[in-house]
Design a protein around this ligand. Structure first.
Ligand code: SF4
Length: 350
């Protein structure tokens, strides 16, 4: 059997099973539903960065908001360290959970209130989530957090207003606020997409160093497969509300199995030279998935579609070690182990 080194995983932090979220379109009596997310099985472990990659409207942010308890699932379940989130109900429990799993948002310009100094949001988060700290302790911790995200001298930044900061500095403030909750997993929803290219690498390095130094895991949501490769351990490729492919990041990029992943890679200007893949379809926005029937949602754009693709929804299949894809025609690189001959010893054990 083909064997690849698979990064050892820590304990499981989050698991989603059959996670589904539909939004009703039109009035209350309407029977039309947007299938934002359908039947997602996903896991995130300690000390791991998982990148959720796909085009706008593919369901990535909906998954983050479901895990953050902003939305309720239409079906399926989310487990936090084995506990169903459906059982997290009281205000205190929800606050505690959101401290463990905070979000950092895409827009560094809109996520901070322009009327408050930087210190306000961090001190507020510390007050909510660090009841063990005195006022003096919170002030010291706020400085430590700003230093942890690379904003020094911290005292200067605490007194600044958002308009006095660059986009990259504001995004670092967002991470500092998340750190104030003592998180184990940060849901980073397109944290670099609105930043200048030269600033993005600094924020990605910050995520990598927070994982290394503070042992924080990340769900990194992005449409940029190159940045996912730079920072993530595992890649989950989404298309039209479903997982198309997932696996160790280098393996998925080196051996993309799903035609959509191949399309994404062919659309990126040289994400990992020297590989060059032919374009396998037209790059477009993914469809809005309204009451889809059975069949592969990528079939209208897929050059490899066969009859079965319009009748049967493909399920994820293991095609390489820890690497699976949902495609009827994708081939497996796994070889079934040859049956072993029974020995006299086996016979004696029967
Ligand atoms: Fe293409 Fe069919 Fe595979 Fe879907 S299941 S990606 S339509 S070949």
């Amino acid at each position: 059997m083909l064997e690849l080194p698979v990064r050892p995983q820590g304990a499981e932090l989050i698991r989603t099973v059959g996670l589904t979220r539909h939004f009703r379109l039109g009035g209350f009596l309407s029977r039309r539903f947007l299938h934002a997310v359908d039947d997602i099985d996903l896991s995130i472990h300690e000390d791991e960065i998982v990148a959720l990659v796909g085009e706008s409207g593919s369901g990535k942010s909906t998954i983050a908001r479901l895990i953050a308890m902003v939305y309720k699932p239409t079906a399926g379940e989310i487990y936090h360290r084995g506990r169903p989130l459906a059982t997290v109900r009281s205000r205190r429990e929800v606050l505690e959970y959101r401290g463990h799993v905070p979000m950092v948002f895409q827009d560094p310009y809109g996520s901070l209130s322009p009327v408050y100094r930087v210190s306000h949001g961090i001190m507020r988060a510390l007050k909510l989530h660090r009841a063990d700290l005195s006022r003096r302790g919170r002030e010291e911790e706020a400085q430590r957090l700003l230093e942890a995200v690379g904003l020094v001298p911290a005292v200067d930044f605490l007194g600044k207003y958002p308009y006095q900061l660059s986009g990259g500095q504001r995004q670092r403030i967002g991470f500092a606020q998340a750190l104030a909750c003592r998180p184990e997993l940060i849901l980073a929803d397109e944290p670099v997409s609105m930043l200048d290219v030269s600033v993005r690498i600094g924020v990605l390095n910050l995520m990598a160093s927070l994982r290394r130094r503070e042992r924080i895991s990340f769900l990194y949501i992005t449409h940029d497969i190159a940045s996912a490769r730079y920072v993530a351990d595992r890649l989950v490729v989404m298309y039209a509300g479903q997982v198309a492919e997932s696996g160790p990041v280098e393996d998925v990029l080196a051996h993309p199995k799903h035609p959509y992943t191949q399309l994404l890679l062919s659309a990126v200007p040289d994400p990992r030279a020297p590989v060059s893949l032919p374009a396998t379809g037209e790059v477009q926005e993914p469809p809005r998935v309204i009451d889809p029937g059975e069949g592969c949602r990528f079939r209208a754009r897929c050059p490899y579609a066969i009859d079965e693709c319009s009748r049967v929804t493909p399920r994820l299949r293991l095609l390489r070690p820890a690497h699976d894809a949902a495609c009827h025609v994708a081939t497996s690189d796994l070889v079934a182990p040859a049956p072993t001959e029974r020995t006299d010893k086996d016979a004696s054990l029967r």
